[in-house]
Design a protein around this ligand. Structure first.
Ligand SMILES: [Zn+2]
Length: 381
């Protein structure tokens, strides 16, 4: 496969586990014989009681007897007798060769040709992060939150999920965002290694595919070097997702902004809907008035002006429909305890996130009481 050196370095760093399995038939999930067991200085009598363990998150294995440590690069250096100095490219080249990576030319980025291409792409995709984002958009009528005229993508989403579980790199990306396989399946996340939704898009990209309903989706570009404008691409109007969670069996339904925030709350066992952009507030309120949530609503949008505005609107519209609404930071202590959003909170402390998101109406009411009392006390001081 072809990638630039940035992506290649990152990809290689995730391959330690496979490398141990393939080159040594080691099962890294258990203790194994030290990689330096044959070194008489480190292990005078071998390593008969396996002393080495592999730490998945860091990609490092360590021997608890002799203290030897290896990551993928230092292990390849050992295997091929290469120097490990930072300035040595032979090691990186070797690693690329082992994992069948063709590097895009080193200086390609700096060339005039490349700059021109980037400018061209920017011009074409200038609206990708905006409100109206795709070729099909012209067909889409304005207004209500209906299914629009986009073709059904259910089969494609299923293929993407299948592909995701075969691609350790993409899977690692989601794991690194704190999401488990179970949540990945619940949110129908997937992977497309040749993502190219529009004819006019020149280069396919490797992307995480996040469905919104059965025909719209957002893709998260996995290239580390992608500019901000290319990081997320949406097909179909930004719209709420996770709407099936209105059927919560009486439990609270959390409304958050982004798809990864919804996944983060799913991870800690909560029912969540993502707004997918503050401009969808009216559409979501309409949907909720027609499909009444089975539990109270907790609004936890971003704490910036558009988020606050959407919160006000949603709260008013829902309360007018007689739906019970709690607002994070207003009726409850900040449920993300100062983190930027739900996904950020999940990465900081999953247990704390779970704890700070009540899972029943009674719990919400009792937290509200305490919070209001605290606020009053503080005001009287
Ligand atoms: Zn050892």
């Amino acid at each position: 496969m072809q990638m630039d050196s940035h992506d290649a370095a990152e990809y290689i760093s995730t391959r330690m586990e496979d490398y141990l399995r393939q080159t040594r038939s080691i099962d890294p999930s258990r203790r194994f014989r030290c990689l330096d067991a044959d070194d008489p200085v480190k292990h005078a009598h071998g390593d008969r009681n396996p002393s080495m363990t592999f730490h998945k998150a860091s990609g490092v294995c360590k021997c608890w007897a002799c203290g030897s440590k290896y990551n993928i690069y230092t292990l390849i250096a050992k295997d091929y007798n290469l120097p490990t100095g930072a300035s040595d490219h032979a090691l990186f080249k070797k690693a690329c060769e082992i994992f069948d990576i063709q590097l895009t030319p080193r200086d390609f980025k700096k060339t005039e040709e490349y700059k021109k291409k980037v400018e061209e792409e920017k011009g074409k995709h200038a609206d990708f992060t905006g409100k109206y984002v795709n070729d099909d958009q012209a067909k889409v009528s304005d207004g209500s939150y209906s299914q629009e005229d986009l073709p059904d993508k259910t089969e494609y989403f299923e293929r993407c999920t299948e592909a995701l579980f075969k691609n350790q790199y993409a899977l690692n990306y989601l794991h690194s965002r704190g999401l488990s396989d179970d949540t990945i399946r619940k949110c129908h996340l997937g992977y497309d290694g040749e993502f190219k939704p529009y004819e006019r898009m020149k280069y396919p990209m490797r992307a995480i595919v996040i469905p919104r309903g059965n025909n719209r989706y957002t893709a998260r570009n996995l290239s580390q070097t992608a500019g901000k404008a290319f990081r997320y691409i949406s097909v179909g109007r930004f719209a709420p997702s996770g709407l099936e969670n209105v059927q919560s069996g009486g439990k609270p339904v959390y409304i958050v902004e982004g798809e990864f925030d919804r996944a983060a709350l799913t991870e800690v066992g909560r029912f969540a809907i993502s707004l997918g952009g503050t401009e969808s507030a009216a559409a979501l309120a309409k949907y909720l008035s027609e499909h009444r949530p089975e539990g109270p609503i907790v609004l936890a949008l971003d704490n910036d002006p558009p988020g606050q505005e959407a919160t006000r609107k949603l709260r008013k519209m829902l309360e007018d429909e007689g739906i019970r609404v709690f607002v994070s930071r207003r009726h409850l202590p900040d449920i993300f305890f100062g983190a930027k959003d739900a996904n950020d909170a999940l990465l900081k402390d999953p247990e704390k996130l779970k704890e700070s998101c009540p899972n029943s109406l009674e719990e919400l009411e009792s937290r509200e009481k305490t919070f209001v009392r605290q606020k009053m006390k503080a005001a009287m001081r």
